[in-house]
Structure formats: structure tokens, C-alpha cells
Design a binder for this molecule. Structure first.
Ligand SMILES: Cc1cc2nc3c(=O)[nH]c(=O)nc-3n(C[C@H](O)[C@H](O)[C@H](O)COP(=O)(O)OP(=O)(O)OC[C@H]3O[C@@H](n4cnc5c(N)ncnc54)[C@H](O)[C@@H]3O)c2cc1C
Length: 388
């Protein structure tokens, strides 16, 4: 590509949460930016309203970022405490917002809720952005990349659906998600229970304290079986795996399966192209970090791009200046990516291992976490705000 005949400064490919957030922050910081967003989702929201209802845990840090563009979904629920334990083993840890001195440890939103809120935020910013083009394309449409000075990849995707594989790990895990109604849950409280096959999380929802978002990770065979059995059989298995801490499990709806694994790019920049969000790294949801990390990618990239292009000189639009800016961006993301990918991979491996010494060690680690507050708060802060 020659930057001299390019007709758009920035092209973002992918209209998922991370691509939309990046576009919105770019325009908020520099409304005059010549920006092209390629979105496979139709202009009308109706498909998204009817789609992905999975609960997503967003950190308080992500909420603060999204608040800057009025993109916080109305149907969210704050987490005030998290209880981590181990089925059939010793060791447990409890984390509360008071210990961390924060308003909330995190928030549960739905994928579609965050998607819709970001679309609406971008529509508002679009009104004052004369050089922004939001193009809705079909999935098989060929995209012209020769017209852009800088290309941002935000195509996202789930682990086994990505058309690139670089570094990573197949944990042989799938997640079964759904909404469960229980008899007696504590409001704003989240449970993470480690089973012999993987983590089982019950997270609060905006539907009231007795309706919880379930994310149950297990081997793909088990997950598929659990997805196929009747509601009554499913609730019976869930009850015997989770136990009685929330009383009786009364109903389950919206069961959906997701493949899980780790796939990440070592290099997130190549010349004038940059990869963010799941297009840069797909993570196991054990620590609820994928979208949080992707939003930090989007925010920091938007800051650098808007700063570069707002100078509006010939030099700042040169290929060299763009390549250098992206290179600087990739350096600035190294520590956060490394820590978040590393912690998530560690937890996913430790909490899915069937080996007896590992099982004993993880019980001890949970107790240690409980009795060493600085370690607990240090870990929680990394999860809430990332490494800057
Ligand atoms: C079961 C499960 C639970 C999770 N829980 C959490 C959690 O609790 N907390 C958390 O932070 N994260 C969580 N995640 C991770 C989170 O869902 C992802 O990190 C997040 O969706 C990434 O957003 P994205 O925009 O990068 O990608 P995506 O959400 O995959 O969106 C990408 C978009 O780009 C579009 N697209 C693809 N190719 C093209 C193209 N060529 N042109 C145009 N458009 C294109 C797609 O149609 C899609 O709309 C979870 C994931 C799973 C599977």
C-alpha cells in the first residue's frame, strides 16, 4: 500500500465490542478523523437483540473506560463479593469490595448488552464526525484494504473458529452458559467453584438476586452431553456438582456452548497493521479477562491514533510515522498482555489438571490467597485494572 494515494486514515475491520469501542474512542478524541469501520452485522440492531445473551464479567476499570463514551449497558449487575472454592477439596477464598476499597469488584453485563450500548454510543459520536464511514457488509464481501493508511484488525472470533493459529494451548474445554434460577442466592455475590473438569461460575444478573448467569467449563464431550439432556436432568447434575450454597436450582434457560482455548499473536503489529481484542488474543474465560483486555487494547490504540492524526501534517500521515506509532503502541501493550495472558493460562491449566499433586497445591493456593491479603489484593487489582 502506498500511503500517498490512501483515502482513509484508519480502517477498523470488525464491529464487535472491541472494534466499536476503538472507533468510538478514536472519534471522541478526534471527531475529524477519517475513519472507516467495516461491520459484518447489519445496520439494524434486531439481529443483535436476538443473539448472544452470555453473561460477561467486566472489571471496574472497564466500566470507567466505557463511561467515558456513555457505553455502559443499563442492564448490568455489580459484584460485591466473590467466593472461590473447590468441589470435594479443602481451600477457599473470599474477596470483598471493602477489602479492595472499591465500589464494586466487577460487573456482570450481557454480550449483547455491551454490543448494543457501544453501537448506540458510536451512533451519537457519528453525528459530529464528518469523515466517519460505518459500512455494513455481508460475511463474504471482499474488503479493499489498499485505501487505508492504517488497518486495525478487530475481527475477534472464538478459539476454534479463528482462521489463524499462532501460539496457545488447547485445554480441551468447552463452556456451557445459561441463566439459572435458584432458591436462595445472596445479592451481588459471585461464586467460582472448581470441579474436576474445570471451573463452574455462578454470577449475579440484573434479573434479580435469584437468577444467576452460569458458565460451566468442562471437557467438550461433557459440555455437549450437558447441553443435550433435559432441563430436569441438567438441574439435578448442576445441583450435585455445585452443592447447596444457593439452595435448590429451580430452572435453566438459554443453554449455549462455546469452544475454549488460548490463541494469541506474539507480534500484534506488522507495518501499518495492528491486531486488537480477540483478533490479538482469545483467552479461556476462567478469569473473565478477554473483553477487559480487549477494551484496554482499544482505548490505548485510539489514544495513540487520534493523537497522531489530529496533528494533520504531511509528516504525521507518512508511512514511517504510522509504523512508528503502532510499534510504540505494541511496546506499551506488552506488560499488560503478558500478565493477563499468563495469569489466565496459569489458572486454566492449574484448575483443569487431574493430577493429585496439582489438586493438593491448588487447595493450598486458595488458602494462601485467603491468608495473605497483599497477594489477594495485588491479583485482584491486576484483574480489575490491568498493568499500565
Ligand atoms: C463463554 C465465554 C465467556 C466469556 N466471559 C468473559 C468474561 O467474563 N469477561 C471478559 O472480559 N471476557 C469474557 N469472554 C471473552 C469475550 O467474549 C471476548 O474477549 C470478546 O467478545 C472479544 O471481543 P471482540 O470484539 O474482539 O471479538 P468478537 O466479540 O468476536 O467480535 C468480532 C466481530 O467482528 C466481526 N467480524 C469478523 N470478521 C470480520 C470481517 N472480516 N469483517 C467485518 N467484521 C468481521 C464478527 O462478526 C464480530 O461481530 C468470554 C468468552 C466466552 C467464549
Amino acid at each position: 500500500m502506498s500511503s500517498s494515494n490512501a483515502s482513509v486514515d484508519v480502517q477498523i475491520i470488525g464491529g464487535g465490542p472491541v472494534g466499536l469501542a476503538c472507533a468510538a474512542w478514536c472519534l471522541q478524541k478526534f471527531p475529524e478523523l477519517s475513519l472507516h469501520l467495516i461491520d459484518r452485522n447489519p445496520q439494524n440492531d434486531s439481529d443483535i437483540v436476538a443473539s448472544d445473551t452470555r453473561g460477561i464479567a467486566l472489571s471496574h476499570g472497564s466500566k470507567l473506560l466505557l463511561d467515558t463514551i456513555n457505553a455502559w449497558p443499563s442492564d448490568s449487575c455489580a459484584i460485591h463479593s466473590v467466593h472461590v472454592s473447590h468441589v470435594g477439596q479443602f481451600g477457599r477464598a473470599l474477596m470483598t469490595r471493602e477489602e479492595l476499597g472499591q465500589e464494586a469488584l466487577g460487573h456482570i453485563v450481557r454480550y449483547r448488552g455491551i454490543h448494543l450500548a457501544l453501537r448506540e454510543s458510536l451512533r451519537q459520536l457519528q453525528k459530529k464526525a464528518p469523515h466517519f464511514v460505518w459500512q455494513h457488509t455481508g460475511s463474504d464481501e471482499v474488503q479493499d484494504r489498499s485505501r487505508a493508511r492504517c488497518i486495525v484488525h478487530a475481527e475477534g472470533g472464538l478459539f476454534t473458529q479463528q482462521d489463524w493459529v499462532e501460539s496457545g494451548r488447547d485445554y480441551q474445554q468447552s463452556a456451557l452458559v445459561g441463566l439459572v434460577e435458584v432458591e436462595n442466592a445472596q445479592a451481588h455475590h459471585a461464586w467460582e467453584r472448581f470441579t474436576s473438569e474445570g471451573p463452574l461460575a455462578l454470577l449475579p444478573s440484573h434479573h434479580g438476586s435469584n437468577v444467576l448467569n452460569m458458565v460451566w467449563c468442562s471437557s467438550p464431550t461433557t459440555a455437549e452431553r450437558l447441553n443435550g439432556i433435559s432441563d430436569a436432568d441438567f438441574l439435578h447434575e448442576l445441583q450435585s456438582t455445585f452443592g447447596s450454597r444457593v439452595g435448590q436450582f429451580k430452572s435453566i434457560r438459554d443453554r449455549r456452548l462455546y469452544p475454549l482455548g488460548l490463541n494469541y499473536r506474539k507480534e500484534i503489529v506488522q507495518g501499518n497493521e495492528v491486531w486488537i481484542g480477540n483478533a490479538a488474543q482469545a483467552l479461556h474465560p476462567v478469569a473473565g479477562q478477554g473483553l477487559n483486555l480487549g477494551l484496554r487494547d482499544a482505548y490505548l490504540l485510539a489514544e495513540q491514533l487520534s493523537d497522531l492524526f489530529s496533528k494533520q501534517t504531511h509528516v504525521t500521515k507518512s508511512r514511517n510515522a504510522i509504523d512508528n506509532t503502532l510499534y510504540e503502541y505494541s511496546l506499551s501493550r506488552q506488560a499488560d498482555r503478558k500478565a493477563t495472558i499468563g495469569i489466565t493460562d496459569f489458572l486454566a491449566r492449574v484448575f483443569t489438571s487431574p493430577l493429585a499433586p496439582v489438586i493438593a497445591a491448588r487447595g493450598a493456593a486458595l488458602s494462601l490467597l485467603q491468608w495473605l491479603p497483599p497477594v489477594k489484593t495485588g491479583l485482584a487489582r491486576q484483574m480489575m485494572f490491568g498493568r499500565r
